[in-house]
Design a protein around this ligand. Sequence first.
Ligand code: GTP
Length: 345
Amino acid sequence: MKALLLAGGLGTRLRPLTEHLPKPMALVGNRPWLEHLVLNYREQGIREFVIAVKHYRERIQSRLGDGARFGVSIQYAVEKELLGTAGAIKNAEPLLGERFLVVNADIIHRFDFAAALRFHESRRGLATLLLTEVEDPSPYGVVECEPDGRIRSFVEKPKREEAPSNRINAGVYIMEREALKHIPAGRVVSIEKETFPLLVRSENGIYGYPIDGYWMDMGTTARYRQLHWDVLDRRFPLALGGKEIRDRIWIGEGVQVGQGVLFMPPVLIGDNTTIGDRSIVGPYTVVGDSCRIGSGVRISHTILWERCKVRGGAQLHQCIFGSGMRVGPHILHEAVCNRTLEVRG
Ligand code: GTP
């Protein structure tokens, strides 16, 4: 069975990190999320992927290629114009089989795929939507189901007090090819707003399958940051590079640590990074591969992507910096920048 990963959106809510990058390529624990996603599904037995791309597709294609590096095959369905979540699936139709998995590639999740597939087969619906429970469903689409899981209705972005349940569409679906007949070709179609409400009324209907593993939509900087804290606290057990030298202190290969450096857990340091004398790194800090951190730097609650240079004396708190940033000896709080917004000392 193939997995179709939707990765063509603009990622506007995660700007400026996504100014020149598809959102699913944002680094999570020092590796593009899309790579983690392919590897996670490979572990679950999926070997064939289609990635639906549009914005900055070359960033995805040059990094993931034909998938051989990951022991899988990857094909690309390219949109000339953004077609929306269902339009993108319809556009990929020639590359898909009778039954396939669809994944919003910006959703961080893990679930038992084989169990979900058994549920889907037993219900014979046109699609099975994975459902996850959230504390506040108001930014999402809430799903109401019959006792056997058949979906009765959707309530888009309800007021918190009016939400019929806390179960939302997790952005991961098992679909039958038959469902694609209900998606018009060549125009923008939203799966949440248009396709699923239509399929609810079809004869075979669609079903909801609750999952209880970790789930996070990394679409905003607040959630992207929280995701990292969850990774560092092992609430989400993502495979991290490097060696755990002490409880929740991971140090990559080839890292050079100066005199008197203090790591306050949890901390993840990428490969080939240098940290100058007397710097204090952590808690809740991720430093990417090949970064240069000067002397006497203080970094906490911060995520630095690869190849960042931080001058001696800088203090960074609650910042997120994209690849290749240069940071002068400033005190920065809650700054979110990518390489186009250089902060010089
Ligand atoms: P925002 O602009 O911040 O809302 O982000 P987005 O539109 O990129 O993402 P959204 O959360 O709306 O979409 C969920 C997933 O579907 C993301 O991984 C997107 O990349 C992807 N996606 C959304 N719209 C399209 C589309 O028109 N085509 C393709 N191929 N993928 C899409």
